[in-house]
Design a protein around this ligand. Structure first.
Ligand SMILES: [Zn+2]
Length: 79
């Protein structure tokens, strides 16, 4: 039996024991070295990898054409 069933695949912490048979010397040692998994890691990763289907396309802001006041004073005369 490998450590895969004991360790969290995300944070490498020791997962909560599922039963009496889970309390092994290997597990006890891993708790010392890796600590406990805080839980919710798989859910967090799943949420991160989920495609954001709720994301709306960026709405195009319709801007009314701004009438630039034509002022003869600011016009640069080149001739
Ligand atoms: Zn974890």
């Amino acid at each position: 039996m490998g450590n895969d069933a004991v360790l969290c695949q995300v944070c490498q912490g020791v997962l909560p024991a599922s039963g009496r048979e889970s309390y092994t010397a290997t597990r006890a040692r891993l708790i010392v070295t890796n600590g406990y998994c805080e839980g919710g890691c798989v859910e967090r990763v799943a949420a991160r990898q989920q495609p954001q289907v709720h994301q709306q396309p960026v709405e195009v802001v319709r801007q009314a054409p701004v009438a630039v006041p034509q002022s003869p004073g600011v016009r640069v005369l080149t001739s």
